[in-house]
Ligand binder design. Structure first.
Ligand SMILES: C[S@@+](CC[C@H](N)C(=O)[O-])C[C@H]1O[C@@H](n2cnc3c(N)ncnc32)[C@H](O)[C@@H]1O
Length: 286
């Protein structure tokens, strides 16, 4: 579904704002997408198109987004451009400083410029005690796949049993700040342990939200760039029968009722012309 929207976006008929897939020399590139591309230097940043879709589908206009693992500035800037208030919680001061500089440059005149709080999200219950969020949205550390710092409070430095306990605690505390009948969305990917077995990070994320009292509501698959995978995949397949992975999991949860949460988000504009020539087949999940 996400891919369909990417194609839709490329053809500029879907009303999306961000420009995934365009290059810096494209004269039609909008200013914000240009800045994001320049800042990333061509390396991966959080996908602004995915971000826009998630906000449009799962948060109400003018709503407040709480992000317990902020990382870079994309989720804050896109929220601001879509009229949502974003609060990102991030451990590393240098990342927060860079985000704030970019936030003031790109969103200084917006109605709801993004805000970043620097600190350990284990304390989000006190730092955000007065926050009532309309959506929880994040892309957490994928265990120790990427290590962000040498701070022992950084989840990516922890052994998985410790990581899991703190991860569950932070998800619970973030979800406690979520209003009833609201959605949460985490973008995650599976991770292998040192023996090459999957740790079930995706399953643990689902469990963490269930323990926090939310229902598991949607899963979408984000097809990611193949990059150098074809070069690596052959060897890892022949030696260990490990399949190459080119996707991430977009997990959506709901606190309370999905129907009421959808009502709170309001109508989603769907360009019906994209279904032209497609005949309905099969059943409906309802
Ligand atoms: C997956 S990264 C985000 C990178 C991602 N591609 C992005 O920008 O969206 C997760 C972030 O969590 C932060 N983090 C790790 N432990 C944390 C903690 N205890 N409290 C708050 N943030 C933490 C890391 O510093 C890192 O920036």
């Amino acid at each position: 579904m996400i891919d369909q929207y990417r194609e839709e976006e490329k053809s500029k008929s879907g009303g999306l704002t961000y420009a995934k897939g365009k290059s810096l020399d494209d004269p039609t590139l909008d200013d914000v997408s240009r800045k994001l591309l320049e800042q990333s230097g061509g390396t991966s940043i959080f996908d602004p198109v995915l971000c826009e879709i998630a906000y449009r589908w799962f948060s109400p206009p003018g709503g407040l987004i709480l992000d317990p693992f902020a990382g870079g500035s994309v989720r804050g800037i896109v929220a601001s451009k879509l009229g949502r208030q974003y609060i990102g919680h991030e451990l590393r001061q240098e990342q927060v400083d860079a985000n704030r500089a970019q936030g003031s440059e790109l969103c200084g005149d917006d109605e709801h410029p993004p805000a970043w709080i620097c600190g350990d999200s284990r304390n989000i219950d006190t730092t955000c005690a007065d926050v009532e969020a309309d959506m929880v949205f994040s892309c957490p550390p994928y265990a120790d796949l990427e290590v962000y710092s040498d701070d022992p409070k950084d989840l990516s430095t922890m052994k998985y049993s410790d990581f899991r306990a703190v991860y569950f605690e932070i998800i619970k505390k973030a979800c406690d700040r979520l209003k009833p009948d609201s959605f949460a969305c985490f973008v995650v990917g599976e991770v292998r342990d040192k023996k090459g077995n999957y740790i079930d990070f995706v399953g643990d994320t689902v469990q963490a939200f269930r323990d926090a009292g939310l229902h598991y509501y949607n899963e979408a698959i984000l097809i990611t760039c193949v990059g150098s995978l074809p070069i690596r995949a052959g060897k890892q397949f022949s030696s260990g029968r490990k399949l190459g992975k080119t996707h991430q999991n977009i997990l959506v949860f709901v606190k309370g009722s999905g129907k009421k949460a959808a009502d709170r988000c309001g109508a989603v504009d769907v360009d019906e012309s994209m279904f032209d020539g497609i005949e309905a087949v099969g059943g409906d999940e309802g």
